[in-house]
Design a protein around this ligand. Sequence first.
Ligand code: C2E
Ligand code: MG
Ligand code: MG
Length: 698
Amino acid sequence: MYSNKNRTIQPSYKSNQYHSDLFYRSLFEFNPDTVFFLDREGVIAQVNRVFSEKLGYETNDVILQPLETFLPEKDGELYQEVFKQVLKDQFKRIHTKLFHKNGSYIYIWLSLIPAKNDGRVVGVFAQAQDITKEKQADRLNEHLAYHDSLTDLPNRRYFETRLKEEIITCNVKNQKLAVLYLDLDRFKYMNDTMGHTLGDVFLKKISDRLSECIYDKCFLARMGGDEFSILVPNLKNDKEPGEISERIIESLARPFIVDEYELYITTSIGVSVFPSDGEDMDTVLKYADVALYKAKEMGKNTYHIYTTGTNNPTYKRFILENDLRSAVDDNQLELYYQPKVCTEHNEIVGAEALIRWNHPKWGLIPPNEFIPLAEEIGIISKIERWVLYTACKQTKAWQDANFPPIPVSVNLTANRFLEKGFIQTIIKILEETNLEPHFLEIEITESSLLVNENVVFSILDDLRRIGIQISLDDFGTGYSSLSYLKRFKGRIDTLKLDRSFIYDLSYEDSEDDNYITKSIINLAHHLKMAVVAEGVETMEQLQILNQFHCNTIQGYLFSKPVPASEFMKLMSFDQLEAYSGKEEVDSSKLLEQRVYQIDYPILASMTINRMNGSRAEMDSVEVLIDQITDVGLRFISKNRLDHDQISVLKFNTEILGERVKIDGEILWSREVQPGIYHYGVEFQTGEHQPFIPFHLFY
Ligand code: C2E
Ligand code: MG
Ligand code: MG
């Protein structure tokens, strides 16, 4: 091995001894970790320099001390156990801490290695690898994973973990707990108005205020956005959740100073109690949420404690909320269009776009049911952007298809006006859809004008400058006063007279009603505003309105709001016919119901079942059904049927492979071409109800 002949060759074991001593001493001294040698009693016999550097002790202070002196007390037993095993010639590693002289500590992996001489374990080499940094990073990550970064409050995940633990405690100790679910009223609106930076400061202050006003035992978390939850463990009595809710509401009533603003906020609170309201976490949380919606319905700034009666209507609303969030993306929204008709020649002079939601489970949901909800949950702006875009695009498409160009009107909620970049959004949509601005009309209600008059005025002026028309919708239902109207001279192009004024018009009584309506029309004309009468249903109303020089009509008399494809058909007529009375109103009623989604027309055989109240025997004839809804159907036939005599018709057909028998009564009829008749039929209720699977309606 050693070829140098001049060198004195040491006995090989001595040479190894020498090298390994040096090697081990270096390994010991220059080890970047803390290392020490312990004798068989566990007493420190030797330490390296890093030990002093890391832990602040002089070497002499630690020699002859048991290592446990520097470990946390709770790890003592484990260490003893492990040490014994190392003396039996095993390698061991434990996770613990080493205390610094100043009382702080470092996290370490402590490796214990048997030190042997002549095959006998004479002591233990110990190496302490400092993992404090990793540990701190872990702890930070853990903190971030369980806390909300803005308010530093526990987040939803932490809340749920804690709730699960508390539920177990409740079960073991037979206790009750409450969950309070808070949602700040109109916060999203304020946030949009004042900007998100200030909004964040505001939220932080609100969360501080909440932390101050709850009891020590409570656990407060931010669930996201403007929602907070409070867990109240170990309820003393049934009144406690209510008391805490009142404290919160009271405490939020004081103003908040954010920047130089003095801001006010209220909250709605839903409460549910474990185990009386739900026996697991999900149910307790769900019912707190249901109760929260009840509190919102009750007018906000209040709390509601869940009871089984809370459930029904609100539960639908609760489900709707979740679904509404994805309705736009899932293409469940649709625009219907209702014509505005000029009665001089009965031609369509405009269309109002009215939104519908085709809910996969609940069917067609009217706007009044979900627009307020959309506002509440802060997605109205997305929906209204969709409405604007879709209506403009559709109108342009009709123009491109050579229909006479007509303006489309779109309804906007009040807050849209206060949104930053509102005008830019509209301009962008007009550019994207290539629609000229004067074909777009915006309908606002009086309440929009009350939000902030100066801002609204300047926006109205901007819109009109671009060429967009403005209508004041539902005039007469809000705070309308005739003198107030004067202020909008030159800012509003059209006044839409609310249906309630039209409903009361009649030749017979209610002279006063006629007079008021007439006066409003006159005043509007005087202020250079056009007038559209909404909700016109009868010929009588139409005639009176014409006498009052109100010639633009929107109402079932001419047409209900219809899908775009049907509206196109209406536009293809030179003139619209007015259909008054029960017949036509009912015919359009069928249109508005949920329509059975199949390929029309379908062939059916039809017989008359009853005539003049008695059973009729007649051969069946073939008819074409062109629409089925959940309340009736329409069919086309060459037979003229007198519906004063025929009471019950019987249809036999096949829908999606299913044989279907339908009984119904004729509601209306119309000769569409010479010798071709269109009929509307209402299903008979009761045992003869046709079998039509509900989910096939939209
Ligand atoms: P609105 O703007 O006053 O729309 C007219 C409402 O009256 C429509 O109800 C229409 O179907 C109904 N109507 C029209 N003619 C007659 C009639 O002769 N008789 C009766 N009884 N009713 C008639 P709809 O479509 O249910 O809309 C209700 C309200 O929802 C609208 O009132 C409007 O304020 C709001 N809305 C509709 N679409 C939107 C939208 O896209 N965005 C916003 N923000 N609101 C919308
Ligand atoms: Mg409207
Ligand atoms: Mg209206």
